[in-house]
Structure formats: structure tokens, C-alpha cells
Design a protein around this ligand. Structure first.
Ligand SMILES: Nc1ncnc2c1ncn2[C@@H]1O[C@H](COP(=O)(O)OP(=O)(O)OP(=O)(O)O)[C@@H](O)[C@H]1O
Ligand SMILES: [Mg+2]
Length: 503
């Protein structure tokens, strides 16, 4: 037997339920050395549950895990890690109040005569970041990092262990092409070293790019395991959904009406002289690398950060003070990319999370909230976005990653907002649900809203929007429409360097 066919880990008839929900049913699958094994399936199919069992976060209800030829049962993720199973989870799990260096060396702090050796700690942490080609400052607090940066740090942390099985749960969901390329290089190097990898992604192109084997899951069951070259994209989607899926992107019909969002020479800490506009009826994209300032554009429009210069107009008049509450009143809504930090309130139900930004809509006599109307409206919206399982009374944490995203998006459909600002709207959302979300965005534009989509997924921008901007180093470096709205034309602008010799 060659090393590439050695089974490193195997599950036999694994079952796991959460209260009334069966998350995993009789899952039997093997993971081979030197093989990138992709797990593909709709939101809620059970992918993260499978890896939570393999990495010691949850215990299976029944079934076996065989690792390195032995039947194992983990009491904690730490035990699994010590045996050689390392995982990067879908939701970053860094400790917010620790620095990047501290997070990277957590549990393996270098000591010098019983005291923490700060220099050695920095060295270890720097080496871990270098390995993945990241320049995130070691002294930054995890709480101040963007979701994508947190993911990069998590990745660097997992790669420090000498794992035999490395699990990556949607590692590229909010990374840009460049960071993704860097990650792929590492994955390929690890594959050559004979490490078994489980790679969860919703991006078809990634399956082709680095996957050797793909397992399709649906409703907690394994549908099929096959070599990647033996299956077409169309077949994969059909296996995943159990049905034929229409085109992912809707037709781009454009009918603009007066009004919308306009930024004129806007500057602040992160942005320099940004001028852009989104007319009502139009969908406009903003692309750029992590740290380029593209998310800051969304935040400044929603009043989450102040301007130092320039102005923002909504429907032709000044947007007023920088306050999210005031912007909501002006008809602007923002959907944050970090659903854990800024998006969802963990102690409120899915339904309450949908209605909280628009509660006044359901105010009745004596300012009592008309709960039944609120309930019906929220449920109709969640149903439209196909929340699965359809439990509007459950807390956000009980939903799979992609379904949590749908709860964030559902907020915008509670009332007719004038301006919708989406930051990474489909990170972690499965292909079927993405089609529904794109359809819904085009619906908003058709009804006369101005839609701004900030995304690190360039194909998404190119295929979804009417017009797009690229941001680099806090400035707009290009505007693209018609034939120029293409990956080939736009990508070079992502790497635009600021000019050094300004005359
Ligand atoms: N802690 C939990 N409590 C209750 N239900 C849960 C919990 N974790 C997962 N589930 C449920 O188990 C099912 C499988 O979820 P899982 O997170 O494994 O899906 P997934 O395939 O990773 O989806 P996604 O692509 O959206 O990340 C879902 O129905 C989910 O709602
Ligand atoms: Mg998941």
C-alpha cells in the first residue's frame, strides 16, 4: 500500500442529534493520507457537526471514530489536537482580549525560568504568521481584527501543530484571492507531506482547484464519495440539493430611478477621498483585498464611523450625523460581515433578530408591539430565504453558519429601505441559498432600492452587479461597467500600489 492510500481517520455509523434535530445520520467515511477531501453540502447538511465530532468538540450519540488505526474518543479538542487532529473552525474562536501573539502561543507559551519568555513568544508567533504569508501585527488585539484576519490567525495557529489530520471548515469564506492562493500553497505542501485534510467549501472552483476527493452530504447523510475529476459541477449541485438548480445569478435588468446613495470626497482614518454613487434601482459592487478599506466604506455609509472630510447624501440630501440609528431612520441598512461580533444577538431568537431594527413597524395602540404581526412578517421573510431548519424561535447559535447568515439578511426585508449595504453577504452560504439571496437583491433593486455589495468574491461581483468599484489602500482605484466588469480587467486593480512620487 502506498502512503497516499493509508486511511488516517475513519468514521463508522456516526450519529449526532441536537434536541429534535438529527444533524448526522450513520455517517461512515474515510480520510486518506496526502489527500484533500472536500465536504460539500447545503447549509445545515451536517458538515460542521461531523468535524466537531472528529475534533473533540462534541461527542457522538453513537458510532465510532478510528484514528491512526485505533478506536478513539476525545474528551476535549485539546486531547484530539495532542493526538494529531487540528481544526480551523467556521466561526473564528480567538480570545478577543488577547493579542495575536498571545493567541498564537496559547497553551504552548515559551518559558524562561518559570516566566513567560516574551521574545521567544514573539518569535514563535512571527514564524507562525510568516508560514502563511501574513503581516498582521503581533500586538493587535484579536477583538480589533476583521473576520478575515481572525481566520488567518486561526489558520496560522492550527498549522503550528504537527497534525496528521488537518480540518479546514470554510477557511476562505471571507478571504480574498491573494490570501486564498497563499492558503492553497500551504495546503498543497501539506498534501505532499502526507497529511490528510478535510476541506469544507461552498465554492465550486475551489473543489476543482485543490480537492482530490469529494463527499456530498445532504440532511446529515453521506450521499456519495467520489474522485473530483469524475464528477461535473452540475452533478455535484444536483447531488447536494437533490434537485435541479436554476442559474446562480439572475439576469441583470437595470431600471434606475432618481435618488440613492452618494459619497463625495469622503475621508476618514481608513478612507481617502472616496467618491461613489449608487442610484436607486442599481446594484453596485465594491471589491478589494482584506484591509483595503472596502468594509470601511459600508461602515461610514451606515454612520458606524465618522467622516473627517467630504459628505454623504441620501436621495439628494445630507445624510446627517454619523449614527446607525439615524441612518436607519433615513432608510439605510447595513448587513455586517461579522455575524458573530456585529450581526446577531445571541440571546435573542432568530425571529427577534430579524425584527429588532424595525420594531416600530409593529407598534400598535399605546406603543405595545403587535407580536402576532411581527411574528407573521418575520416568519414569512425567513421562509422566503429558506431558513433551515425552520425554527424561528431558536437561538442563532443553533443554526449552521449559512443559516445564521440568512437571519442577518432577513432584517432588510422587514420594510422598504432606500439603501442596502451588504458586506460579504454570501460568505458561507450554499449554492442553492446564494441563488435565492441574489434573486432577493435584484428584487430590492427592482423595487427601487439602491444596493451596495461589498465582497471579496470577485466572481460574485462580476456576475451580480450592474457597476463596480475597486478599492486599494483606502482609495477607489477603478470603476467598471459593461465589458470592463470582468475578473480579468478588475483583478490587477486589487494590487494597485499607492503612488510614491506625488507631483
Ligand atoms: N449546537 C447546536 N444546537 C442545535 N442544533 C444544532 C447545533 N449545531 C448544529 N445544529 C443543527 O445541526 C444541523 C447540521 O448543522 P451543521 O452546522 O453541521 O451544518 P453545516 O453542513 O456545517 O452547514 P453550513 O454550510 O451552513 O455551515 C443543522 O440543522 C443545525 O441547525
Ligand atoms: Mg458549517
Amino acid at each position: 500500500m502506498t502512503s497516499s492510500t493509508t486511511t488516517v481517520a475513519e468514521t463508522r455509523n456516526l450519529c449526532k442529534s441536537f434536541l429534535a434535530v438529527t444533524a448526522l445520520k450513520d455517517m461512515s467515511v474515510g480520510f486518506q493520507a496526502g489527500t484533500v477531501h472536500v465536504l460539500f453540502g447545503e447549509n445545515g447538511a451536517g458538515k460542521s457537526t461531523l468535524i466537531s465530532l472528529l475534533s473533540g468538540i462534541h461527542k457522538p450519540d453513537s458510532g465510532e471514530i478510528i484514528f491512526d488505526g485505533r478506536n478513539v474518543s476525545f474528551s476535549s479538542p485539546r486531547v484530539a489536537r495532542e493526538l494529531g487532529i487540528s481544526a480551523v473552525y467556521q466561526e473564528p474562536a480567538l480570545i478577543p482580549q488577547l493579542t495575536v501573539a498571545e493567541n498564537l502561543t496559547l497553551g504552548r507559551e515559551p518559558l524562561k525560568s518559570a516566566f513567560l519568555d516574551r521574545q521567544a513568544q514573539e518569535r514563535l508567533a512571527r514564524a507562525a504568521l510568516d508560514r502563511i504569508g501574513s503581516k498582521i501585527p503581533l500586538s493587535a488585539f484579536a477583538r480589533d481584527l476583521s473576520r478575515a484576519e481572525q481566520q488567518v490567525v486561526e489558520m496560522a495557529r492550527a498549522l503550528q501543530d504537527s497534525a496528521k489530520l488537518l480540518i479546514l471548515d470554510e477557511p476562505t469564506a471571507s478571504l480574498t484571492e491573494e490570501e486564498t492562493e497563499q492558503l492553497f500553497k500551504i495546503v498543497m505542501r501539506l498534501r505532499e507531506q502526507g497529511i490528510a485534510m478535510i476541506y469544507i467549501t461552498h465554492r465550486m472552483a475551489e473543489i476543482r482547484r485543490i480537492g482530490d476527493v469529494v463527499s456530498v452530504m445532504r440532511d446529515g447523510c453521506l450521499i456519495k464519495t467520489t474522485a473530483v475529476p469524475d464528477v461535473s459541477d452540475q452533478e455535484l449541485v444536483e447531488l447536494m440539493t437533490g434537485r435541479k438548480v436554476e442559474a446562480l445569478f439572475p439576469q441583470k435588468l437595470l431600471h434606475t430611478v432618481p435618488g440613492g446613495l452618494e459619497l463625495v470626497n469622503v475621508s476618514n482614518d481608513a478612507l481617502k477621498d472616496i467618491s461613489l454613487h449608487v442610484r436607486r434601482g442599481e446594484i453596485v459592487g465594491v471589491g478589494g483585498l482584506v484591509g483595503s478599506g472596502k468594509s470601511d466604506i459600508g461602515k461610514v455609509c451606515f454612520g458606524m464611523s465618522p467622516l473627517t472630510r467630504g459628505r454623504i447624501e441620501i436621495d439628494g440630501s445630507d445624510a446627517g450625523p454619523a449614527s446607525p440609528q439615524r441612518r436607519l431612520e433615513r432608510g439605510v441598512i447595513h448587513y455586517p460581515s461579522d455575524r458573530k461580533k456585529e450581526g446577531l444577538i445571541s440571546v435573542q431568537t432568530a425571529r427577534e433578530n430579524v425584527t429588532l431594527s424595525a420594531l416600530d413597524k409593529w407598534l400598535g395602540f399605546l406603543r405595545f408591539i403587535r407580536r402576532k404581526a411581527e411574528r407573521n412578517d418575520a416568519d414569512a421573510i425567513l421562509a422566503k430565504l429558506s431558513l433551515r431548519p425552520f425554527h424561528p424561535d431558536a437561538l442563532p447559535s443553533t443554526f449552521s453558519g449559512g443559516n445564521q447568515q440568512k437571519i442577518v439578511l432577513a432584517r432588510g426585508f422587514t420594510r422598504p429601505y432606500a439603501v442596502h449595504i451588504f458586506d460579504e453577504p454570501t460568505a458561507g452560504v450554499d449554492v442553492g441559498a446564494r441563488a435565492e439571496i441574489y434573486q432577493a437583491m435584484h428584487g430590492l433593486a427592482k423595487e427601487g432600492a439602491a444596493v451596495l455589495v461589498i465582497s471579496s468574491d470577485l466572481p460574485e461581483i462580476v456576475n451580480l452587479v450592474h457597476r463596480a468599484y475597486v478599492v486599494a489602500h483606502g482609495r477607489i482605484v477603478g470603476e467598471f461597467t459593461g465589458a470592463d466588469l470582468s475578473e480579468k480587467t478588475m483583478l490587477p486593480y486589487f494590487f494597485h500600489e499607492p503612488e510614491m512620487n506625488v507631483q
